[in-house]
Each structure stands twice: as structure tokens, then as C-alpha cells.
Write a protein that binds this ligand. Structure first.
Ligand SMILES: NC(=O)c1ccc[n+]([C@@H]2O[C@H](COP(=O)([O-])OP(=O)(O)OC[C@H]3O[C@@H](n4cnc5c(N)ncnc54)[C@H](O)[C@@H]3O)[C@@H](O)[C@H]2O)c1
Length: 343
């Protein structure tokens, strides 16, 4: 680690201005030696790479394997101004003792905000009501006993991931009971369900339950686990059958976590509603029923940072480069041992 490390960019060229606006560039100027005109995603720069101590990466950056590292003998840290590092960081990076950091924590906030908005609107049945309105049906009148509104709901959070934890924290003031299912969660952190599968959460806490219990008890299930071989179809046909009539499924994680065909059947039958920012396949074919069902909202993978939010990734990455230069641990450090169960 040096006082003013040589930083080389490997950022998507069209987004550099959004990821690194002027104030963040100024911070980088003060902390590091870098050339804004050199960007490995815009063209090869072997001389700069040979001097690089820190690589500032983003979506679409080259794979950092043994061959890449042969041209970067001084590299000590890969700082990713985006979420998952699985697309570009190989075992060779860890074998060389190079530090890895990701801005997934920064990316998690907009996803959690999207989820909160989806929870509120889905609980109001707002999407179906808006389409009904366009068809001439005014749903303004109260219907006695209708099961709408977030207050009093049981919300099931699948995965105590960065996004899942933020959602749990945001729900603290919403008067809901929160259940969480995650085989890796520390029972000491969440209250465990009492024998019998119940469990009243209060004070903004979440109750740790198994996934089947979560499916049976939740009014709204929101999916935040990473896409891994073992989470493929985590919500399969059997578990979707466990959901109560009128339940809502929200997926901002990855499409493969849910059996799309089974979910489509339930939504087409009007038994379940869904808000899907991610799908399997993605995008869905234009004639897919999920795109036209009145009780389903599909958005095109927009929950993560976009537009003005891109600077959140840049700010997180620049802060970690500042920490690196100061000899401090990286906030977004990704340990090799944790990679297998991370997004
Ligand atoms: N829609 C978007 O634009 C968008 C943006 C960012 C992230 N995502 C997705 O959101 C999800 C969460 O991202 P993150 O960065 O918070 O994830 P993360 O890397 O923090 O998740 C890791 C955690 O997931 C939990 N987990 C692992 N296996 C599990 C299982 N079988 N069941 C339940 N929980 C399990 C563990 O607690 C683990 O520590 C991921 O699927 C990610 O791809 C989507």
C-alpha cells in the first residue's frame, strides 16, 4: 500500500461521468494518482496497468485472471463500483493476495427502497386497481373486510442479505410482523420462532423461521437471496402452494429463485399477486401472461442503482480507495471464503 496509489479505471465508458461526478473525481485527485483518460474498458493501456496498484472496476470490466495479472504485477486491490464481483474476480486474484471490495452495500439501498414501495403499493392492490380504473371500474369505495393495506401484514423476507436486512430495518416503523428465512442467519441476531412455528415480532425485529413456515404465514413474501445452485427455484411449485390466498410475491433478487411457470399459474388464477423486477427468462417473451395480468407488475430489472443513484456506487468505491490509501480495512471487502454464498 502506498500513500498515493496508482489507480487505473476499468469502468463502463458511457457511465464514468455518472459514477464519478466532479466531487468524487476531486476526492480521487487528492488520494490517488490516476489519469481520467485511461480506462481499460475504452481501450488497452498496458503501461498504466503495469503501474496500477488499484483497479477501479465497474459493470463490463475484463476478467481478472492469471493472464490479466501477468500484466499488472503491482496490483494490490480491486475496488468494484458495482455489486457482484463474481463476473470478473477469479481465484487467481485471491491467490495473489489482492484485496477485493464491492459496492454491493451501496447498491442494496435502492433495491430496498424499491421493495418498500412495492410492498406498500402491492398491499393496497394498487396495480390491479389502476388497471381496473382504466377499464371503467372505480375501486374507490370501501369494501367491508377487504384484506388490503400494509398495516398488520406478515411480511416474509427470504434471505438476510444486504438488501434483506435493509428491508427489515426499513419496515421497523410500518406496523408489520416480519419473518426472515435464511439458513446462514445467526439465530442470536434474529429472534427464533417459538415451538409451533408462530412468533410475534415486535420493536422492528424479525423472527427467524424456516422457509416453509415463512411461506405459510406471510401475506407478502419478498425475495432477497442470491442466485446460487442451491437457491434455484427456492420458491418452487410446492412452496408457492403453501402461500395463502391473496398473498403477494415480490422478487427483486433474481428470476431463477422462483418457478416462473408455477407462479404464472397462481397469478393467472387470481390466487397470488406479484411484483417482479427480475424474471426467468429475462426479459420475458412479449406474449408472456405475466406481462398482461392485472394483478402482476413486471419492471425491467431497475431496482438497483440507476441514473442519479450511480454516484452512490462511485462514492462507495472512492471511499474504499481512500481507506486503502490510509491503510485501513476496506468497508466493502469481499472475502474469498464468503463468495460462494454471496450475490
Ligand atoms: N434488481 C436489482 O437491480 C438488483 C440489484 C442488486 C442486487 N440484486 C439481487 O438482490 C439479491 C440480494 O443481493 P445482496 O447484495 O443483498 O446479497 P448478499 O450477497 O448480501 O447475499 C448473501 C446472503 O444471502 C443469504 N443467503 C445465502 N443463501 C441463502 C438461501 N439459500 N436462503 C436464504 N438466504 C440465503 C446469506 O445470508 C448470505 O450471507 C441478490 O439476488 C442480488 O442479485 C438485484
Amino acid at each position: 500500500m502506498s500513500d498515493h496509489p496508482a489507480v487505473v479505471l476499468a469502468l463502463p465508458p458511457d457511465l464514468v461521468g455518472d459514477l464519478l461526478p466532479a466531487d468524487l473525481r476531486a476526492r480521487l485527485d487528492r488520494t490517488a494518482t490516476w489519469d481520467p483518460a485511461v480506462n481499460l474498458q475504452a481501450g488497452p493501456a498496458p503501461a498504466a496497468l503495469a503501474r496500477a496498484e488499484v483497479l477501479l472496476t465497474g459493470w463490463g470490466c475484463p476478467t481478472i485472471d492469471a493472464e490479466f495479472l501477468a500484466g499488472a504485477p503491482r496490483l494490490r486491490a480491486v475496488v468494484h463500483a458495482a455489486g457482484s464481483v463474481k463476473g470478473h474476480v477469479t481465484d487467481a486474484v485471491y491467490a495473489a493476495g489482492i484485496l477485493v471490495s464491492s459496492a454491493a452495500e451501496a447498491n442494496a439501498r435502492p433495491v430496498a427502497e424499491y421493495t418498500l414501495a412495492a410492498l406498500v403499493l402491492a398491499a393496497k392492490r394498487a396495480f390491479g386497481a389502476a388497471r381496473d380504473l382504466r377499464n371503467g371500474h372505480d375501486g374507490h369505495r370501501h369494501a367491508p373486510g377487504e384484506a388490503t393495506g400494509l398495516t398488520g401484514c406478515v411480511v416474509g423476507v427470504v434471505g438476510a442479505s444486504r438488501v434483506g436486512r435493509l428491508v427489515i430495518a426499513m419496515l421497523a416503523d410500518y406496523g408489520v410482523e416480519v419473518l426472515v428465512a435464511d439458513p446462514y442467519a445467526d439465530p442470536a441476531e434474529f429472534r427464533a420462532a417459538p415451538p409451533g412455528g408462530g412468533g410475534a415480532a415486535g420493536g422492528g425485529g424479525a423472527t427467524l423461521v424456516d422457509l416453509d413456515t415463512l411461506c405459510r404465514r406471510s401475506d407478502i413474501v419478498t425475495v432477497h437471496a442470491p442466485s446460487l445452485p442451491e437457491t434455484h427455484h427456492l420458491l418452487d411449485a410446492r412452496r408457492l402452494d403453501l402461500l395463502r390466498d391473496g398473498a403477494v410475491v415480490i422478487n427483486t433478487a433474481r428470476g431463477a429463485l422462483i418457478d416462473t411457470a408455477a407462479l404464472t399459474r397462481h397469478c393467472a388464477a387470481g390466487r397470488l399477486d406479484a411484483v417482479l423486477d427480475v424474471t426467468d427468462p429475462e426479459p420475458l417473451p412479449l406474449d408472456h401472461p405475466l406481462l398482461v395480468l392485472p394483478n402482476v407488475l413486471v419492471t425491467p430489472h431497475i431496482a438497483g442503482v440507476r441514473g442519479r443513484e450511480l454516484r452512490l456506487l462511485g462514492a462507495y468505491a472512492v471511499a474504499d480507495i481512500e481507506r486503502y490509501a490510509a491503510g485501513l480495512p476496506l468497508r466493502g471487502a469481499v472475502r474469498h471464503a464468503d463468495l460462494a454464498r454471496m450475490a
